[in-house]
Design a protein around this ligand. Structure first.
Ligand code: ATP
Length: 218
């Protein structure tokens, strides 16, 4: 099926807080894959990990601060608005309705891709979107198991596939390695250290103003 619209990227995560690793990944994939835009989608209640420290509203506000000056990126509150546990498949179903006929690309680091088989209805994800996997240092591409099998059957080399088809392809792409983690940023703030240059100044200003991640809160 040939499409006429460029694909939209979706980068989900807890973003507790959003940092330059997330933002570089979004912008680099936007550019190399010639996407229409990248929606940054903070999840309300993640199912695979500890609950975030900042509230959903605070994490969404931090995403908005982070991308205010970058028109390629869009802060999407679709998961913040949906009550209850957050499942990516529900987000894709909603996005498919809002953007009929436009290819969707779920973007994730390879660390997230390695855990894909534990996601709710994971085998259905490729019915509604492509998956773009960003290489990160210290992580190996899966060689066996169900994720490796999925990769084998859906891997595409050419970026044109994601614009010409609504869903169903997996692309692997390298990105600039910025080994920044939100966990580390939270720890640094709790220890009274300055996390500047790991995240946008506007996000750090918001964290200070709201008193998020200070001692006793993480
Ligand atoms: P935490 O330390 O709290 O687990 P995190 O920094 O890993 O957080 P998440 O919100 O869990 O951030 O990640 C969202 C997405 O961003 C995932 O797909 C993850 O692979 C990716 N990601 C996280 N950190 C980086 C980074 N430094 N570079 C590239 N991608 C990243």
């Amino acid at each position: 099926m040939h499409q006429t619209h460029k694909a939209i990227g979706l980068l989900g995560g807890t973003f507790d807080p959003i940092h330059l690793g997330h933002l570089r990944m979004a912008l680099e994939l936007y550019q190399v894959l010639d996407l229409a835009s990248v929606h940054i989608v903070p999840c309300r209640q993640p199912m695979h990990r500890k609950q975030p420290v900042a509230t959903p509203e605070q994490r969404f506000a931090m995403v908005k601060c982070a991308i205010a000056a970058e028109p390629a990126l869009f802060a999407n509150d679709i998961e913040i608005q949906r009550k209850g546990p957050t499942y990516t498949i529900d987000t894709l179903l909603e996005m498919r309705k809002s953007f009929p006929g436009i290819p969707l690309c779920l973007m994730m680091g390879i660390d997230a891709f390695l855990g894909l088989a534990s996601w709710h209805r994971w085998l259905d994800l490729l019915t509604y979107a492509h998956i773009i996997v960003a290489h990160r240092p210290h992580y190996q591409i899966p060689l066996d198991g169900s994720t490796a099998e999925l990769l084998k059957t859906h891997l595409k080399e050419e970026a044109s596939f994601i614009h010409e088809n609504l869903a169903g392809g997996i692309l692997l792409r390298p990105i600039t390695a910025l080994e920044i983690s939100a966990t580390d940023i939270r720890k640094q703030i709790a220890m009274g250290r300055n996390p500047r240059y790991l995240l946008p100044d506007s996000v750090y200003d918001y964290i200070k103003q709201q008193g998020i991640y200070s001692v006793g809160k993480i």
